[in-house]
Design a binder for this molecule. Structure first.
Ligand code: SMO
Length: 807
């Protein structure tokens, strides 16, 4: 095939839109998803799920089910107690794979039934007779905070966690500032809703007393702990295998999938046959992991008449659902972008996390950063209106400037690089040139004419941030000294590396082994691009596969937009290390000094002589016991030679901070309460772009998710704690009618903290869209004096606002 010309740095593939190696199989239906894994003799499981949000379990009568002729097994909490350990919980709260004594959310699994196929298993599950004593449900943070009904009586409170972080003289700033702007907002419960639901196929082998568990867990090497501990088996006895392709996750396959792995494994252990369980769509919508924040905010902004922001004070209450789940509440990550794109030195951030009778919160694309960004953008919008200043100018004058980069936040994260004011200026320019002109969507005459029909148009651009690849337990560092922070950051980052290993095969091609699962992001393609350039060989001569959890190092995995940074850095490191291995093998073969041989472009040559060995020749000399080289990627900030010493001391907690300046053109129909996004502008900078098509796809997909959260999606519950959105008719995903044409421009400001300058991408559009859509709606409605304060901005919410404030 044709070999492209190399660029100035010798790269042929990195930075190009090389076609994704994943897509041919995906698009032609050749991919095995979790449900396609078919082991001989496999049995199928169904779950008995709680019909009540909150109830004591009085009795689980399995006799009718067990006497069904086709029933293979019924597992209840009592069986698990006897054989297996508890699923580890957070903050002292234990969540069992099957509910013990009490159910705490509608849809919580109570029993597992196994039969020859899923249809029979569901019929048998109907025969499991559970007697409940129904308890009062706790369905919001206000009821939770009363502590009249407790979810976990042993703890004596529904407050799972609270914390307060104060940077600077907050009270002083609010006393001295010319103005104090206050806001109250609400954020609705949403989630990722991937195309593929969570599931597991477990196969217990009695000869070795060990398990093979096929699963579509996100973070399978890391979250395997949850499975091993539930089973009471050591890690090496439980081999988790992930398929090459997973049908989306967005954070949602981090925790609940572990429950399914454990349950399928327990059943397989009892039956000594493979057992499969995969959530169906209604189960996912009713009780699937995981939900994002459901939040009530109370905020204050101290701002002078000249627009200088003096302080920001945000308190919120999160509805955490029934258990504090692994890994961390989403409330914590925004500490890394506390003032988002703005220079605000004085900040107070306080959260209270309440337990309620709903599906627990874990992770969803953006991991809390969008909720934080939303509140600050909404407050800036309000401030501009109260002060009578231009909202975009208020934002512009407070943005972190390029001459402040790398910019250290009071909360100790460091923004790597970028030009936020220029991004805002460019997006303004694009909107002016294309939309505020004659015939544009915001042509003043068109805007005026549309208002006559009750359609209000507007846009409000903003710059928002996406912190990438950081350590996760951010909050704990505020109890540490600077020295401890440095040591801890090194340790944390070192314990969350990403490893790649490689085999050189006899035909001279290379297999790269990944230790992290992909949910569609294109990891395989990016690794192949980087390795092809690093080794100077054709992408066709490289393939990629996945290690199982027993073979793999315990890497963290794909989360926090980290894989672009981590896998590209690891690929560069692995290619360098392979070159050294190849040179060493050739030198040994020739009996010469390795310094006298050079690897380049698929061959080692002996300096000065004509000797040369191809990779196929070398395959005979490098050891053949598996991997030729393993490269564990640690935060490159620690050893980048060009790195400024002063910064090494500070250590960025998130080595990449991508940013975007976004402007949705919205149209609000005040008659129906419907919001249309007519076009969406985004200027996106994720540092070095490794594959423009992949980044473009991530940007567009993330914005679509943000549109869903801003306008459509909500896991609503009624007063009895019953979920109201249990079909796709109730939980409204954005579709072709809601997602507009997007105009996306890319800037590339490399991160000085990463090997390739990549910053990470994938969450930015979700973070941005769900903030700038509500502020753009408020901008559009300004002539009516109406403001929204709750997302999603559904037609009924908007109509209620219009009725209250206008009619
Ligand atoms: S919400 Mo993610 O999997 O960092």
């Amino acid at each position: 095939s044709e070999v492209p010309d190399a660029d100035d740095e010798g790269k042929r593939y990195t930075g190009t839109s090389m076609r994704r190696v994943e897509d041919f199989d995906i698009l032609t239906g050749r991919v095995d998803y979790i449900h396609d894994i078919d082991l001989p003799g496999c049995l199928h499981a169904a779950l008995v799920r709680a019909p009540h949000a909150h109830a004591a379990i009085e009795e689980v009568d399995t006799s009718a089910a067990e006497s069904h002729p086709d029933c293979e097994l019924v597992l209840t909490a009592a069986d698990i107690e006897e054989h297996y350990q508890q699923t580890p919980g957070r903050l002292g709260f234990k969540e069992w794979a099957l509910a013990h004594d009490r159910v705490r959310f509608a849809g919580e699994p109570v029993a597992m039934v196994v039969a020859a196929d899923r249809y029979v298993a569901e019929d048998v599950a109907d025969l499991v007779d559970v007697s409940y004593d129904v308890l009062d449900p706790v369905t919001d943070v206000y009821a939770a905070s009363d502590d009249e009904v407790l979810l976990h009586e042993e703890t004596g409170t529904n407050l799972a966690d609270r914390d307060e972080f104060v940077f600077g003289d907050v009270e002083g700033a609010f006393e001295d500032a010319d103005n104090v702007v206050e806001g109250e907002y609400s954020w609705g419960r949403i989630s990722g809703v991937p195309m593929e639901t969570a599931g597991a196929v477990a196969d217990y082998d009695s000869d070795t007393d060990s398990f093979d568990v096929h699963c579509n867990l996100q973070l399978y090497t890391f979250n395997g702990e949850l499975v091993y501990e539930s089973l009471g088996y050591p890690a090496e006895k439980v081999r988790l295998h992930v398929p090459e392709n997973i049908g989306g996750s967005f954070g949602t396959k981090i925790a609940a999938g572990a429950r399914y792995c454990a349950l399928a494994a327990m059943a397989s252990h009892q039956l000594e046959r493979p057992v499969k369980y995969v959530e169906d769509r209604i189960e996912y919508l009713q009780a699937g992991d995981s939900h994002s924040c459901e939040r009530e905010y109370s905020v204050r902004l101290a701002v002078d008449d000249d627009g200088t922001i003096r302080g920001y004070d945000v308190s919120f209450m999160d509805d955490l659902g029934a258990f504090p789940r692994y890994p961390l509440p989403q409330a914590v990550k925004p500490l890394s972008v506390l003032s988002t794109s703005y220079h605000i030195d004085t900040v107070r951030y306080e959260y209270e996390l309440y337990l309620t009778n709903k599906v627990p919160q874990t992770a969803y694309r953006g991991f809390g950063v969008q909720q934080h960004t939303f509140a600050l953008e909404m407050t800036l919008e309000k401030a501009a209106r109260e002060l009578g200043v231009d909202p975009t100018e208020l934002r512009r004058q407070n943005l972190v400037r390029p001459d402040e980069m790398p910019y250290e936040l009071p909360s100790k994260n460091i923004y790597d690089s970028g030009d936020y004011p220029a991004a805002l200026a460019r997006i303004e320019e694009l909107v002016d040139e294309r939309e505020r002109c004659e015939g544009g969507l915001l042509d003043p005459d068109v805007v005026e004419a549309k208002r006559e029909e009750g359609k209000y148009r507007g846009t409000r651009p903003a710059v928002t941030l996406e912190p990438s690849a950081g350590v996760i337990d951010y909050a704990s560092r505020f109890e540490m000294s600077d020295d401890e922070i440095e040591a801890n950051t090194r340790e944390d980052v070192a314990s969350f590396p990403e490893h790649l290993a490689a085999d050189l095969r006899p035909d001279g091609t290379v297999t790269v082994h990944l230790a992290t699962s992909s949910a569609g992001q294109g990891h395989q393609t990016v690794v192949i691009q980087l390795m092809a350039d690093g080794l100077g060989i054709s992408p066709a001569d490289i393939d990629v596969d996945y290690l199982n959890s027993a073979e793999a190092p315990k890497d963290f995995g794909a989360a926090a937009s980290r894989m672009g940074i981590m896998l590209s850095g690891a690929s560069v490191g692995l290619a360098d290390e392979l070159a050294t291995v190849f040179e060493g093998a050739a030198a040994t073969h020739w009996g010469c000094d390795p310094a006298d041989v050079t690897y380049a472009d698929g061959a080692v040559t002996r300096d000065g002589g004509g000797d040369s060995l191809s990779l196929a020749d070398l395959a005979e000399f490098v050891d053949d016991d598996g991997h030729t080289a393993t490269y564990g990627y640690e935060n490159p900030a620690f050893d980048l030679p060009e790195f400024d010493d002063a910064l090494v001391d500070k250590l960025p907690t998130y080595p990449g901070t991508a940013y975007c300046a976004d402007a949705p053109i919205v149209e609000v129909d005040v008659n129906t309460g419907h919001v249309d996004i007519l076009r969406y502008y985004s200027l996106h900078d994720c540092g070095t772009v490794l594959n423009p098509d992949i980044v473009q796809g991530q940007v567009e997909g993330a914005i679509a998710h943000g549109i869903g959260g801003a306008l459509l999606e909500e896991f609503a519950y009624d007063d009895s704690g019953q979920p109201l959105a249990v079909t796709m008719f109730d939980y409204l995903l954005p579709s072709i009618t809601n997602v507009p044409e997007m105009v996306v421009e890319h800037r590339e400001t490399p991160s000085p903290f990463t090997v390739t300058g990549a910053k990470g991408a994938g969450e930015g559009g979700t973070i941005s869209a769900s903030a700038v859509i509500p502020t753009s709606i408020n901008a559009a409605l300004e002539p009516l004096g109406v403001t929204v304060d709750t997302v999603p901005v559904t037609p009924d919410r908007l109509r209620a606002k219009l009725r209250d404030e206008v009619e």
